[in-house]
Design a protein around this ligand. Structure first.
Ligand SMILES: Cc1cc2nc3c(=O)[nH]c(=O)nc-3n(C[C@H](O)[C@H](O)[C@H](O)COP(=O)(O)OP(=O)(O)OC[C@H]3O[C@@H](n4cnc5c(N)ncnc54)[C@H](O)[C@@H]3O)c2cc1C
Ligand SMILES: *[C@@H]1O[C@H](CO)[C@@H](O)[C@H](O)[C@H]1NC(C)=O
Ligand SMILES: *[C@@H]1O[C@H](CO)[C@@H](O)[C@H](O)[C@H]1NC(C)=O
Ligand SMILES: *[C@@H]1O[C@H](CO)[C@@H](O)[C@H](O)[C@H]1NC(C)=O
Ligand SMILES: *[C@@H]1O[C@H](CO)[C@@H](O)[C@H](O)[C@H]1NC(C)=O
Ligand SMILES: *[C@@H]1O[C@H](CO)[C@@H](O)[C@H](O)[C@H]1NC(C)=O
Ligand SMILES: *[C@@H]1O[C@H](CO)[C@@H](O)[C@H](O)[C@H]1NC(C)=O
Ligand SMILES: *[C@@H]1O[C@H](CO)[C@@H](O)[C@H](O)[C@H]1NC(C)=O
Length: 631
């Protein structure tokens, strides 16, 4: 098998030659050039994609990536993908946030991680590698201006990955389905399936079919309302995690023009002669000795620090809501109220049950506590063609259901959304510190109108429930794919360099509860299917009595919701300036010369997908735009 051989060779090269591969790894200011053409702030999912593409396309121009974390390739090269069974002690570091309590979610706080390592969140995520619906991106371009439609992004989704179908025997064993026309690129990030599933994976698949949800052959081609097989971001043969730190950095042949500085925090960008005279300088702090210095840039600065830290870099630079900057004592360089506003994440409660009849499948995840089984699993993972439980990340399945398929009363919900956008109540749901800002209000109203259309479309998912097994805990989560509530990311007033303060404000827009309740009532239906009855499924939450009572079901949602499925976004949104936007369709920060944002913060609202594949596609498209400007 030539393919396997080739892969093993490339792994061996990586194993033996980390120093050569990392020839341009820099650890202190004395190793840097006096000036760079481009500086990328943040060596994460998007930042490394952009740096890789720019250094390849513009060999005469040099790029410096500045990353807070370090290179963390676990012993044995990579971290095993499986987290949820037995956490890996060599897991790369992340920032661990505890958001402020949510007054509308029983004062509970979301706890959230983001990656703090070369590769960013792609190096620590759940590897669930789905794309949104074409309708999500078409709605995005409606509010943002031209060129970010599905049609324009689809080629970049393709370009970003190499998809490898499973071997025929594996495909047949698990009933994997796909349509190769959704793929065809040769990007350095791998998309593939594990050659393993837990033995009860078909139970929920069958039950969801009985509930009337249609199975789809392929969900990555723009149409995903239904039951989906979702690939993982993993190598097809070794099953190791594929992430930006590998595909867009370590696997890249050394390039003289590609430098990566680790263990340094970008403090801010500085415009000595004002924001119309750019590019800015980049002020950087060593995390080893606290040394502070400026990096001179001749072409552009690209901020890719992710949904929480891109706003911190901008706010420390005096680019943000002027009222907040005033409170923080930071001179205003540009009044952009959208910086760190418009925060969204996927949130939602579960439906839980017990099986009252013997649940006899083998193997189930609890076998990972059986040392013999676990040792076998480890050995299987380390075989040349990896197999067994460790090859599977969080799972490969989910249902995506539109609001019209969730409830016949969907129009009552969309009517409420349109009403709040037109009668002026929308503003009262915005975060207090931007609530009276006319730009933010205008942008929010437009978002609500576009989201109402999206939610009314029977092909546009509103609910997601992923699954892999019903064991050891029998539950399915009801992700709210298109939340209407908006939160904030603001600097810590006593320490601007510390982790920012996150105010999620989940449930602050009351219509989110109408949607949560509809989702829960729909999802409970799965327990009435013949397959669930055959296994003696008995609901433990929310239960029939609670589900029958709006107030009780609302309480259940407040008390039981998972408050972050780790998809924060939208804190430097691509919207026009008069709509509270931070960047335009060219990703340039409004009013700032030679400064762009390229990461998950630029989405105006969440797609009906986990975010990494969209992050790669955004970064690929952004790279083409930047290369086009400087070629
Ligand atoms: C635990 C977890 C599980 C997830 N699960 C999934 C999943 O299964 N599927 C999926 O599709 N998505 C998942 N996601 C989300 C997805 O991975 C992210 O949305 C995406 O990777 C974000 O990319 P980004 O480029 O915007 O930011 P990141 O990849 O987070 O990159 C930002 C980088 O900037 C660096 N940085 C921050 N501040 C500074 C500074 N001041 N100076 C220098 N560097 C800085 C950070 O250290 C980081 O490396 C998950 C995320 C997490 C954290
Ligand atoms: C949440 O906390 C606030 C402030 O401590 C308090 O006034 C409020 O009653 C609490 N709400 C709930 C639902 O516990
Ligand atoms: C695969 O599909 C066939 C036909 O629909 C079904 O009988 C079988 O149980 C499925 N197997 C799995 C593992 O889902
Ligand atoms: C970076 O440059 C700005 C503008 O010239 C200056 O105000 C700032 O002090 C410099 N920072 C450092 C650490 O030299
Ligand atoms: C469901 O199972 C859990 C765990 O085994 C048990 O604690 C609980 O009492 C059960 N509940 C019902 C309603 O059977
Ligand atoms: C533990 O795992 C081994 C190896 O897979 C298996 O043979 C054995 O039956 C398992 N033990 C139990 C109690 O399930
Ligand atoms: C803000 O930073 C200070 C100093 O590091 C810290 O003590 C405080 O807990 C932080 N505040 C919040 C709300 O996180
Ligand atoms: C919902 O929770 C509130 C606050 O805890 C409580 O006062 C109220 O009685 C609850 N309502 C129901 C129907 O459970």
């Amino acid at each position: 098998m030539g393919f396997v051989r080739m892969t093993l060779v490339s792994l061996a090269v990586l194993a033996g030659a980390t120093s050569a591969q990392n020839a341009n790894l820099k650890r202190q200011v004395s190793q840097l050039r006096p000036s760079y053409d481009f500086v990328v702030v943040g060596g994460g999912t998007c930042g490394l994609t952009v740096a890789d593409r720019l250094t390849a396309a513009l060999p005469a121009k040099n790029v410096l990536v500045i990353e807070y974390g370090d290179v963390h390739f676990a012993p044995g090269l990579f971290d095993p993908p499986t987290l949820w069974i037995t956490p890996n002690p060599d897991y790369a570091p992340s920032w661990d946030f505890l958001a402020l309590p949510n007054p509308d979610m029983a004062n509970r706080s979301a706890s959230i991680q983001v990656g703090q390592t070369v590769g960013g969140s792609s190096a620590v995520n759940g590897m669930f590698f789905d794309r949104g619906s074409h309708l999500d991106y078409d709605a995005w371009t409606e509010v943002s201006g031209p060129d970010w439609s599905w049609k324009s992004l689809f080629p970049y989704f393709k370009k970003s990955v190499t998809f490898t179908p499973p071997p025929p025997a594996v495909a047949q064993q698990y009933n994997y389905t796909w349509d190769i026309s959704a793929y065809g690129g040769t990007g350095p990030i791998y998309s593939s399936w594990a050659n393993f599933q837990w033995a009860d994976q078909p139970v929920l698949d069958k039950s969801f079919r009985e509930l009337g949800i249609r199975p789809r052959t392929e969900c990555a081609g723009g149409d995903k309302e239904g039951i989906c097989w979702v690939p993982a971001s993993q190598h097809p043969v070794t099953a190791r995690r594929s992430h930006a730190g590998l595909g867009h950095y370590a696997d890249v042949q050394p390039r003289a023009n590609y430098d990566l500085l680790v263990k340094h925090q970008v403090v801010r960008v500085v415009y000595p002669r004002g924001p119309k005279s750019g590019p800015p300088l980049v002020e950087v702090r060593s995390l080893v000795d606290n040394h502070l210095f400026n990096v001179t840039v001749s072409k552009e600065v690209i901020i890719s620090a992710g949904a929480f830290h891109t706003p911190t870099v901008l706010q420390r630079s005096g680019i943000g809501p002027s009222s907040f900057l005033g409170t923080a004592g930071i001179p205003v360089v540009l009044d952009l109220p959208g910086v760190g506003s418009n925060l969204q994440d996927h949130v939602g409660p579960p439906v839980t049950w017990n099986y009252t009849k013997p649940y006899e499948f083998w193997p189930l995840p609890s076998q990972m506590r059986n040392t013999t089984f676990k040792d076998e699993a480890t050995a299987a993972f380390n075989d040349p063609v990896a197999h067994g439980p460790y090859t599977m990340a969080g799972g490969n399945n989910a249902i995506y259901v539109s609001l019209p398929h969730v409830t016949a009363q969907y129009k009552d919900i969309t009517k409420k959304i349109r009403r709040m956008a037109t009668d002026g109540t929308a503003a009262s749901y915005l975060p207090p510190d931007i609530r009276s800002n006319t730009e933010m209000i205008a942008g929010y109203k437009q978002q609500l109108l576009v989201l109402a259309n999206l939610l009314e479309n029977s092909e546009s998912p509103s609910l997601e429930s992923p699954w892999a097994s019903s064991e050891p805990i029998a539950l399915v989560w009801a992700f709210l794919l298109h939340p209407l509530s908006r939160g904030t990311v603001r600097l810590n007033l006593t320490d601007h360099l510390a982790m920012p303060i996150l105010d999620y404000r989940s449930g602050s827009n009351p219509v989110d509860f109408d949607i949560h309740l509809a989702h829960l009532r729909f999802l409970r239906g799965v327990l009435d299917t013949p397959t669930m009855k055959q296994h003696g499924a008995v609901e433990t939450g929310p239960g029939a009595a609670v589900a029958a009572d709006d107030a009780a079901l609302r309480n259940y949602t407040k008390e039981q919701s998972f408050l972050s499925f780790l998809h924060p976004c939208c804190t430097a949104a691509m919207l026009p300036k008069p709509k509270g936007g931070v960047v335009g369709p060219d990703l340039k920060v409004h009013g700032a010369k030679r400064l762009r944002v390229v990461d998950i913060s630029i989405l105006p609202f969440l797609p009906s997908a986990h975010l990494s594949s969209t992050a790669y596609a955004v970064a690929e498209k952004a790279s083409d735009i930047i290369i086009g400007d400087w070629h």
